[in-house]
Design a binder for this molecule. Structure first.
Ligand SMILES: *Cc1c(COP(=O)(O)O)cnc(C)c1O
Length: 375
């Protein structure tokens, strides 16, 4: 049971300290107890925590403007605020239905949330099957397979509302999309008059060393979904629509949320955006990600089959399916990591993590791998 945290460390109720290499699954962008976040939330709590959505507030408008700016969104773009990633996806599904079409193509390995709508887009059978039938007209295609995408778009034909993809699959094992695959998805959706929606809930907000992972791939989507790291741990989600056509699909009153976009969450989001910019955390995430990957490669450990991912969204790929054991041993040794697949350990530390902190984990890793492999 965890009690408190500071920087990249958390402490449990027994006083044991852990290096947090997961950041609440890519959520605690600024780590724990960051003064900018504490200050923003404290001040906003005294000023205004919540108002009805009959009103806008300064933090809400400013966060929407900041997101549109860092996304490089064109004039006529829009932001809808929700409270979670799942809700951002629900908004995206409703947006896609407003094209007048009904089928969404998603990828095998995808994770988009667990409401009955978002779950239909999620790939993992264990999450989906106990609750079927879910919303219909979802087609899953193998991720990064260009021919399969071409064939699926052709097969769906006139009913294609959207292709919805994670630029870097998170729960699927930290698997980056290839630039060519996203470019093809853009080309096919444009030609079909359908939307390209990118789920940046895990890969966005600087996690991969860019504001959004799609920005390293030269495509412009019709919409992106955000949540996780957006407000550094305060619950929030967002659907960003690009340009007047996509934005105009959902008109006022067609979607809404009581808590969505409340001033408290938006003030936290503004503190995250401002700190990423002021402290150069995009560049820092790229540098630290490289540092981590090089450190792990340099071990030349037989249990390390590779390192996947970008920036500070990484997976250590293991030569044997012992990720769960490594995760448990790591916790005993004071490191929080995640077995995202039987053979993959996910690392998604706060973007403020320093090289010497990462190095303590890299130094401990050979011992953890040996113990997990029973050597
Ligand atoms: C976590 C996640 C979601 C769901 O977000 P919640 O806030 O848990 O509802 C959706 N898509 C991706 C890519 C995620 O990583």
């Amino acid at each position: 049971m965890l009690s408190h945290g500071q920087g990249c460390y958390v402490e449990d109720v027994d006083g044991k300290r852990y290096l947090d290499l997961l950041a609440g699954i890519a959520v605690n962008t600024l780590g724990h107890g960051h003064p900018a976040l504490v200050d923003a939330v404290t001040r906003q709590t005294a000023q205004l925590v919540h108002v009805s959505n009959f009103f806008t507030t300064t933090p809400q408008v400013e966060l929407a403007e900041a997101l549109l700016r860092v996304a490089g969104a064109p004039a006529g773009s829009g932001v809808f605020f929700a409270n979670s990633g799942t809700e951002a996806i629900e908004a995206a599904v409703k947006l896609s239905r407003r094209t007048g079409r009904g089928t969404v193509i998603a990828a095998e390995g995808a994770f988009h949330g667990r409401s009955t709508g978002a779950l239909a887009l999620t790939w993992k059978a264990a999450y989906r099957e106990p609750f079927e039938p879910l919303i219909g007209r979802v087609v899953h295609v193998p991720f990064n397979d260009e021919d399969a995408l071409r064939e699926a778009v052709a097969a769906v034909g006139e009913d294609l509302a959207a292709v919805l993809l994670e630029p870097v699959q998170g729960e699927g094992g930290v698997v980056p999309s290839t630039p060519a695959y996203l470019a093809l998805a853009r080309e096919l959706t444009t030609a079909a008059g359908a939307l390209l929606i990118l789920d940046e809930i895990q890969s966005g907000m600087g996690r991969t060393g860019r504001w959004f992972a799609y920005q390293a791939r030269g495509v412009v989507p019709d919409a992106i979904t955000l949540a996780k790291g957006l407000a550094g741990g305060v619950p929030i989600g967002a659907l960003v629509t690009f340009g007047p056509t996509a934005t105009g699909l959902l008109t006022a009153g067609q979607h809404g949320s009581t808590f969505g976009g409340n001033p408290l969450a938006c003030a936290a989001g503004l503190a995250v955006v401002a700190t990423i910019e002021a402290d150069g955390l995009l560049e820092h995430a790229r540098e630290m990600g490289e540092h981590l990957a090089h450190g792990i490669f340099a071990l030349r450990h037989p249990m390390v089959a590779g390192v996947r991912g970008e920036g500070l969204l990484r997976a250590v790929v293991l030569a044997e399916p012992v990720a769960a054991q490594v995760m448990a041993l790591a916790r005993q040794a004071g490191f929080i990591v995640n077995a995202v697949a039987p053979d993959a350990l996910r690392l998604a530390p706060p973007l403020v993590i320093e090289a010497h902190e990462l190095d303590t984990f890299v130094a401990a890793l050979p011992g953890l791998l040996d113990a997990a492999a029973g050597r």
